[in-house]
Design a protein. Structure first.
Lengths: 254, 417
């Protein structure tokens, strides 16, 4: 009897669609997966929608829940799936969407919209603040190879884990010269590895898009950056992809 | 008859449509944009200039390079930085990759299913065609990944240049694959050119960049088919953005009229400067200039893909002589200033304006995306097209609504930002 395909749904909240695109960027590999192992039954970007009564094995959530409708959609999506996976920085840690929380959001909204008054302007929270998240595929955008490995692991019933270590491990393994020593700011020491230190290899300091690793600490990053950035600038760097609130929670002992 | 679509699939971003046909007329076609407001222009205020391209590229995962380049060009004007030829060369190359990639995504994955009777491209019967579409998109993905570091949200693009340059082998790889990719593109053109696009037209103002030396994509002045000639820095006085209560995206107007930007606009205005193969295909295509049938925007995009592949070939052939060029970024001296960066994004003209203070922090930001410019024109087209369909089923009129909206290739995440 043929094995039944894993039923997948891809839901997009407020996002840039970049993580969804990575599914399409799997190219030929996606065609193979669709032939035998998976059925993407609900995918707004490239297909269409399923019935309200449909249930899924895995639902991928991209983006942060910014509007009331999105929060409702997210909670419904949780009920209709066995496994819920947050994909990308906006869904996992808030991403650039969360930058609104770090400025005066009332100033920001009236800067953008001069006339209309009824735009939703709630504080931005990542997906896990609203529903139980079974797995996270971090990054901005997510790492296509991790996505592929995750799907393959699910097909074969194996476990897929992202190793809890800083980006520094891969960066050093690749023989890169530490950018901090050149006076270039880098959040690699507190950021979760698994990206093969892509940005560092291109001489761009890590911006923390994969979120914090398990052992990250505010004291650590403040120490590493104290000769390069002012304390305010360090906070700004942590704000960029939505890491500041998370590292402050770690700092407060939660 | 009321037409209401909550969420349109196979477009970038979240939007719906509502409209009513009363006595053969539609007076209230509304493109309802539900996208959450990220307030990008607002959150840039007070931030350092080097955060800007990181944040703005993330406005959209489909056209991040366009935003990154427009931001960087604007900031370079703020700081009076003139970049060397090598930097312009690489930026043009990655921009070509961006256009090919975005047009491929739209034509192959958003539009083709409608005309091939499938729900998604992965379900089409013509598997050979699917493999070709994936190979062509894959080539443009590689262009962006080799130069920018990754497909969405480039890493190496910064103010004054690049943080790193690809190894020569990568350029040789692209050059080697080009002949096959061009052949595939021409084969796909034949298919897209043969789709039964509805016979519809509404005279429209087409606006785009124009350039004395080449098909205007990277720089130039703004022109239209109604005699507009404008320095891009004057866009705020020439075009007005306005808010609507049913949309988080703004809409644009030129004088008292709506207008269009994008591939069909560029082809209408700049077709004389297309590269030879693209020009030949335009002549034999279903596009008859001046072309006011916006359904043919997709054919215009496929012709642009071929133009961009020819342009890529020209640039790659110059690589060996470019080895003495300077590509890497310099140290940036910040100052107070104002700058406008303009570029043709895949979907049309994109404007970024920044004002910096003497610390290089942003005090003012304005971003006008192509989709925000053409949404009003799309509503006008819908209001004319849908009633013209006469007595058809609710389901079919819903389909036709989606097909016209898709033809425009709206990027809703961009339009809201």
């Amino acid at each position: 009897m043929p094995k039944s395909k894993i039923k997948i749904r891809i839901v997009s909240l407020t996002s840039c669609d970049g993580c969804q695109l990575e599914f399409l960027n799997l190219g030929e590999r996606l065609i193979k997966l669709l032939e035998n192992d998976i059925d993407i039954a609900d995918f707004r970007l490239a297909k269409g929608f399923s019935k309200k009564s449909d249930r899924f094995d895995i639902t991928f959530i991209e983006g942060a829940p910014v509007t009331k409708n999105e929060r409702k959609l997210l909670k419904e999506a949780r009920k209709r799936t066995k496994t819920l996976v947050a994909i990308g920085a906006c869904a996992c840690i808030g991403g650039v969407t969360e930058l609104k929380n770090y400025c005066d959001k009332y100033d920001a909204v009236s800067y953008v919209y001069k006339k209309e008054k009824n735009y939703e302007n709630a504080d931005v929270k990542p997906v896990k603040a609203l529903v139980k998240v079974d797995f996270e595929l971090p990054g901005c955008p997510l790492n296509r190879e991790e996505l592929y490995s995750f799907i393959k692991a699910n097909i074969s019933g194996k476990k897929f884990e992202i190793k809890q270590q800083p980006v520094c491990v891969e960066c050093q393994k690749n023989g890169n010269k530490c950018l901090l020593k050149e006076g270039i700011a880098c959040l690699g020491s507190v950021t979760l590895g698994g990206c093969d230190a892509l940005c560092l290899g291109l001489r761009y300091g890590c911006i923390g898009c994969r979120g914090l690793h398990k052992f990250a600490s505010y004291e650590n990053i403040k120490k590493r950056l104290e000769d390069i950035l002012s304390p305010e600038e360090i906070d700004e760097a942590l704000q960029l992809l939505g890491n500041l609130d998370d590292i402050l929670m770690v700092c407060s002992g939660r | 008859m009321k037409i209401k679509i909550n969420l349109i699939e196979k477009i970038e971003g979240h939007a719906g449509f509502v409209g009513k046909i009363v006595k053969g007329k539609m007076n209230d076609a509304k493109l309802e944009v539900h996208q959450g407001a990220r307030l990008i222009e607002g959150i840039l205020i007070g931030r350092k200039y080097d955060d800007v391209p990181i944040i703005t590229s993330r406005i959209c995962g489909v056209c991040p390079v366009a935003h990154s380049l427009a931001s960087i060009k604007a900031l370079e004007k703020c700081f009076n930085i003139e970049v060397p030829d090598g930097v312009v060369f690489l930026r043009r190359l990655i921009q070509l990759g961006q256009i090919i990639q975005s047009h491929s995504l739209h034509a192959f994955f958003f539009v083709s299913p409608d005309f091939l009777g499938a729900k998604s491209s992965f379900d089409i019967e013509e598997k050979e065609m699917l493999h070709k579409m994936i190979e062509l998109k894959g080539f443009s993905n590689d262009m962006m990944e080799y130069i920018g570091g990754r497909i969405s949200h480039p890493v190496t693009l910064v103010v004054s240049g690049f943080t790193a340059v690809p190894d020569k082998k990568k350029f040789l790889d692209l050059r080697k694959r080009l002949p096959k990719i061009k052949k595939i593109a021409k084969e796909l053109f034949e298919i897209f050119n043969s789709f039964p696009y509805p016979d519809f037209k509404r005279e429209t103002e087409y606006i785009a960049l124009q350039n004395k030396h080449s098909y205007g994509l990277y720089s130039g002045y703004i022109v239209s088919n109604k005699g507009l000639e404008m320095n891009p820095t004057d866009y705020k006085t020439e075009f007005k953005e306005y808010e609507k209560d049913y949309s988080t995206a703004k809409f644009s107007i030129h004088g008292r009229e709506t207008f269009m930007v994008g591939a069909l606009s560029r082809i209408n205005l700049n077709n004389e400067k297309l590269n030879p193969s693209a020009k030949k295909l335009l002549r034999k295509s279903c596009i008859n200039l001046p072309e006011f049938n916006t359904f043919k925007n997709t054919v215009a995009q496929v012709i642009e893909i071929i133009h961009c592949l020819e342009e890529t070939e020209k640039l790659l052939d110059k690589i060996s002589t470019a080895k003495k060029e300077k590509f890497l970024a310099d140290e940036v001296k910040v100052k107070a200033g104002i700058g406008v960066g303009v570029i043709e994004a895949p979907r049309g003209t994109l404007y970024h304006t920044y004002e910096t203070n003497k610390e290089g922090r942003i005090v003012h930001a304005d971003i006008v995306t192509p989709t925000a410019q053409f949404l009003a024109n799309l509503e006008k087209d819908l209001a004319l097209y849908l009633p013209s369909l006469g007595k058809i089923s609710q389901k079919e009129i819903g389909n036709q609504t989606k097909i016209l909206i898709r033809a425009y290739d709206p990027c809703i995440s961009c339009s809201t930002h």
